[in-house]
Ligand binder design. Structure first.
Ligand code: KE4
Length: 428
């Protein structure tokens, strides 16, 4: 069947024909590609077309598709059984591997999706502080738990309605949404609500606004205010964790701000290697508020699933190898520099940024610093570029508000081919 035929058939039985909205291409228009397999940096659609993949399942496939060590680990785990609902050693091994790279945490709880991890971290922060108010930032997306689905930057922003139907006003009455990178707004919010704020949840590099960095002064002030008012700083590193650096974005801020550390961290995507697995963690004193020890309930049938932990562990072992991130960062930088040079020689206004294996670009003169500025970039041009590249066999994120991802399977030739496709697309 063609992509069109599959999409038609899918829409009869699955809302919008997809199991996650962004996959429907509604932001960019056209027919989504139905993928039949992946291999290294490539994915192949139902019509046999090959694409250089810069989505990587929205982050997890940092090693590329079908990495031999990961495939072997998963096959071996499958042969031992799929799920037991009982503790296994491999959950301990995976948590130990995560803790080895994230010194701000002493304990971790494994769950099955980033949404579940962020939702649980939020409940934990409220339970641990006894407070109700939470703060998030416009343009940041932390999964689709009710209290966090307020001006989310992923899917919803792409569809243009900043809050979701079905979320009772009562649920979001405690959710403050501030402007990203706005220090004055932070000061104001803490001045007015400081004693009732349970936590501030932030994407340290906002991949759900494509690619917007929290400035160091903003992050420094955020840390000071949380500490001063007894609120927990929650880093949502579902996208940035083990992607922008082995130690995540928090390791970058710890270099810029002596002693910097969040109180809770949320992970997903890369730590599952493409299987359903996510996590949240922090200091023991906070984490032991969780059931079965403490009063904050949280649970999951497939939490720490033995096949998913095998996939995640094999992935983490590969990316922890010496030089891995230096090479990945250099490859990603090569792509960004190539795109900027191609745009410049075609007289197209483009700005871009990257960190580790994550990148973003905007049809604008300057890098946006917040959601409003992202909204002001040239969406029409982005969409035309998306389709021009797709037609040339390069699969970029089908939405202006999404980040791009390079894997260690992307070769210099893949990057060169991508830059050549961009040059041709800009010329057109
Ligand atoms: P999941 O529930 O989709 O595993 O994770 C939610 C989540 C939480 N936090 C951050 C920073 C995230 O980026 C995400 C999920 N990211 C989107 C892409 N922007 C996943 C793709 C999708 O929604 O289909």
């Amino acid at each position: 069947m063609t992509n069109d035929e599959l999409f038609e058939r899918a829409r009869r039985v699955i809302p919008g024909g997809v199991n996650s909205p962004v996959r429907a291409f509604r932001a960019v228009g056209g027919t989504p590609r139905f993928i039949v397999r992946g291999d290294g940096p490539y994915i192949f659609d139902a019509e046999g077309k090959r694409y250089i993949d810069y989505i990587g399942s929205w982050g997890p496939m940092i090693l590329g598709h079908r990495h031999p060590a990961v495939q072997a680990a998963v096959h071996a785990a499958v042969d031992e059984g799929l799920s037991f609902g009982a503790p296994t050693e491999r959950e301990i091994e995976l948590v130990e591997a995560i803790l080895a790279q994230v010194p701000s945490m002493e304990q971790v709880r494994l769950v099955s999706s980033g949404t579940e991890a962020a939702m649980s971290a939020l409940r934990l922060a409220r339970g641990a502080t006894g407070r109700n108010v939470i703060v998030k930032f416009e343009g940041c997306y932390h999964g689709h738990a009710d209290a966090l689905l307020v001006k989310a930057g992923s899917g919803l922003a792409t569809f243009g309605h900043p809050t979701s139907a079905g979320v009772p006003e009562a649920v979001v009455q405690h959710t403050l949404v501030l402007e990203y990178n706005n220090v004055a707004a932070l000061d104001e919010a803490f001045a007015r609500h400081g004693k009732t704020i349970a936590c501030v949840m932030i994407e340290p590099i906002a991949g759900n606004m494509n690619f917007v960095r929290a400035t160091v002064p903003f992050m420094q002030r955020l840390r000071e205010l949380c500490t001063g008012h007894g609120a927990l700083l929650v880093f949502d590193e579902v996208m940035t964790g083990f992607r922008v650096a082995l130690g995540g974005a928090q390791s970058l801020y710890a270099q810029a701000i002596p002693g910097f550390a969040p109180d809770l961290s949320v992970f997903g995507k890369v730590i599952g290697g493409g299987m359903p697995l996510a996590a949240f963690g922090g200091k023991r004193a906070v984490m032991e508020q969780l059931a079965p020890l403490g009063p904050v309930y949280q649970a999951g049938t497939l939490s720490g699933n033995p096949v998913a932990t095998a996939c995640g562990l094999a992935t983490l072992r590969e990316i922890a190898k010496p030089g891995y991130f230096d090479a990945l960062a250099a490859r990603t930088r090569g792509l960004v520099v190539g795109l900027l040079e191609a745009a410049q020689s075609a007289g197209v206004m483009l700005t871009a940024d990257c960190e580790g294996g994550m990148f973003g670009f905007f049809f604008a003169a300057e890098l946006p610093q917040n959601y409003g500025e992202v909204m002001a970039t040239d969406r029409e041009r982005f969409n035309r570029f998306f389709h021009a590249m797709l037609g040339r066999g390069v699969y970029l994120a089908p939405a202006l508000y999404e980040a791009g991802f390079v894997s260690s399977a992307h070769t210099h030739d893949d990057i060169a081919a991508t830059v050549a496709a961009a040059a041709a697309s800009f010329a057109a």
